[in-house]
Structure formats: C-alpha cells, structure tokens
Design a protein around this ligand. Structure first.
Ligand SMILES: NC(=O)c1ccc[n+]([C@@H]2O[C@H](COP(=O)([O-])OP(=O)(O)OC[C@H]3O[C@@H](n4cnc5c(N)ncnc54)[C@H](OP(=O)(O)O)[C@@H]3O)[C@@H](O)[C@H]2O)c1
Length: 310
C-alpha cells in the first residue's frame, strides 16, 4: 500500500531521504571511462542529465537519448572539452529504438537505462503496449537485446534505474505483459511500481545471462527533485512541488550512485548488484526468484520479437 498511494509514497520518500543521510560511495578519480562509449536513455531528465554529464567528465563519449533533443546538454559537455551526441528516441516505439541502435557506430561499454515516466493514465505505445510497461520496462529490454544482437554491447556494464516501488508487486502476470488495459489515475503509481518490478526482475536474469562480459546492476536513486510527477493531476502539485523541492535529493547528488555502478573499479568482476541510493541491499523476493525471472526474460523476448515484426 505504501508505494501505491501518491501521498503515502511521497511520505515514504521523504522519510527515506531524511533517515538515510548522504554517504557518497568511494568513486576514485582513477575510475575513468576514457575512450569508452556510454549510452544514457532519459538524458534530458532530472536524473539523466547529471548522469550524462558526470560520465562525460570521466572521459566517456556519451550518447544522450531521450524523447526530446539533448542538444543543450551535448553543447555543455563539449564546451567543457568532453564528447557527446544527441540521439532523440521515442522509447514508446520499437522502430525508433531500432533506428537508435542502427545509428550507434562503435561498441558501447556503458548503457544506463534511465528513461521512465509515471503517466496519469493508460495509453498505448505504437506497438500496443501499456505506456508505463512499454517505456519503463519493455523499451530497455528491447534496446539491450538489440544492442547485443548487433554486437554493440559485448563487454562493460548496464545500469538499470529502477525504484523501491518495485517492492509493491507480489506477482508478475506474464499472460498480460503485452496487453494495454485501461486503468484510472488512482492506479497509476501501482502500475509504475509493477513496471519497475518487471525491470528489476529482468535485470537479475540479464545479469546471469550476460556474465561474465557484461555486468548488470540496478538501483533506486531515492526521491529525486525532477520532472517525474509531470503528469500528476494539477491539484496535486500544490503539495508535490514544494515537497519535492524541499525534501527530494538534487539530481546531481542522486546521480552519484548511478555513476558509481557504471564505472567504479571497486565492483569490477561483480554483477547483479541492487542499490537503494548508496546502500547495497537485496531487491524484492519476487525479483530474486530465478524461475520467475527466467520465464519473464523469455516471455519478454518472445513478445518483443513478435511485435517488432508486426
Ligand atoms: N524522481 C524520483 O523521485 C525517482 C525515484 C525513483 C526512481 N526514479 C526513476 O529515475 C528515472 C529518471 O526519472 P527522473 O526522475 O529523472 O524523471 P524526469 O525528469 O521526468 O525524466 C524522465 C526522462 O525519461 C525520458 N522519457 C520519458 N518517456 C520517454 C519516451 N517515450 N522516449 C524517450 N525518452 C522518454 C524523458 O525524456 P523527455 O525529457 O524528452 O520527455 C526524460 O529524459 C526514471 O526511470 C524514474 O522511474 C525517479
């Protein structure tokens, strides 16, 4: 319940931030990505932007992929002597993801799946998925699968930005994975948590399948002062906007554990880590169920293959 109601979820987020002070991880200046390519989805967002900038400041050539143009972010990175490209993509359309993969002309060594949204209510993606599941989960699974199939992600790390709300799901309904059913605004947060449960469970299986060459780590960044609530009903902004400003983490700070998982040499050789902000912790029991994760991974690929050909 606590993650399914916007008010209790906000209170949990505030408590989380107050109860767990910032304990930045020991990312050494020697943890560099010089000569490596990194793709960041959602790079125009509150959290995605500092992730892209921080990876670039550590030497990566960063491909910024979001729905809108990241030209200003790319210009800022280049003005500081870094390297970046702007690659707009609509993650609600598998063809747009295909185009993004085709446009990548050198292998990636870091992929950060950061794009996400909490839509006010259900709407279908181009291939007929529910938008929350389509963008928050299926798009990332499809992107990573197509990058690997094209030989563009053969070693390195995938960092999956999820959420503690994934703990609100106690089962996955794989028969309805591709169904864009209707739900009211009161269920939007529940659907968001469910999409993150799919994502975290998939990431655990991907970590097993991609080892040892590609590590897959997942995290919840904690509450971040971003545009994530942009589709929340207008009246709720009276409370949400000041609460987010006052209590949610500045994106620059929240991006640090993501960058740690993307490039810290301290975790070389490890895979399948789940972090809640700066703390390593197990994901939900459901996400740790290997049989469920295996079924989810296979069902997801089958569904994506079928819809991408349609
Ligand atoms: N904010 C929080 O408190 C919080 C807490 C836990 C987890 N998270 C997770 O953190 C991640 C980043 O969210 P945020 O807080 O930075 O939110 P945000 O400011 O709203 O940024 C979301 C990003 O996702 C992109 N995006 C959304 N739909 C897309 C689509 N169809 N195609 C391509 N890109 C799309 C947006 O692109 P445009 O700008 O072009 O629309 C934007 O770059 C999400 O996965 C979210 O679930 C956030």
């Amino acid at each position: 319940m606590k993650y399914q109601n916007p008010f209790t979820a906000t209170l949990v987020a505030v408590r989380d931030r107050v109860a767990r002070p910032n304990r930045p991880l020991p990312l050494s200046p020697a943890d560099r990505l010089d000569g490596k390519r990194a793709l960041v989805t959602g790079a125009t967002g509150g959290l995605g932007r500092p992730i892209a900038e921080k990876l670039a400041s550590r030497g990566a050539h960063v491909i910024c992929a979001a729905r809108s143009s990241a030209a200003d972010i790319v210009a800022g990175i280049e003005a500081r002597g870094g390297h970046a490209d702007d690659r707009p993509v609509d993650l609600a359309d598998l063809r747009s993801i295909d185009a993004l993969v085709a446009s990548i002309d050198a292998p990636l060594e870091v992929v950060v799946l950061c794009a996400g949204l909490v839509p006010a209510k259900s709407r279908p993606t181009v291939q007929g998925f529910d938008i929350t599941i389509g963008v928050n989960y299926l798009a990332g699974a499809y992107l990573v699968d197509r990058l690997r199939a094209a030989g563009k992600l053969e070693r390195g790390r995938v960092v999956v930005v999820a959420s503690e709300t994934h703990r609100s799901a106690d089962r996955l309904d794989l028969d309805r994975l591709g169904v864009a059913d209707d739900y009211p605004v009161t269920k939007a947060l529940e659907r968001y948590g469910y999409s993150k449960a799919l994502l975290v469970t998939w990431a655990q299986e991907a970590a097993r399948r991609f080892a040892p060459d590609v590590a897959v780590h997942t995290l919840c960044p904690g509450p971040v002062a971003s545009s994530i609530a942009r589709e929340a009903p207008a009246w709720s902004h009276v409370l949400l906007t000041p609460t987010m400003k006052a209590f949610f983490a500045p994106p620059d700070l929240a991006a640090e554990p993501v960058v740690y998982l993307a490039c810290a040499s301290a975790i070389d050789g490890q895979t399948g880590l789940y972090f809640h902000r700066w703390r390593e912790t197990p994901p939900s029991e459901l996400a740790c169920d290997e049989a469920v994760a295996k079924r989810l991974y296979d069902t997801t690929l089958e569904l994506l293959n079928e819809r991408s050909r349609a």
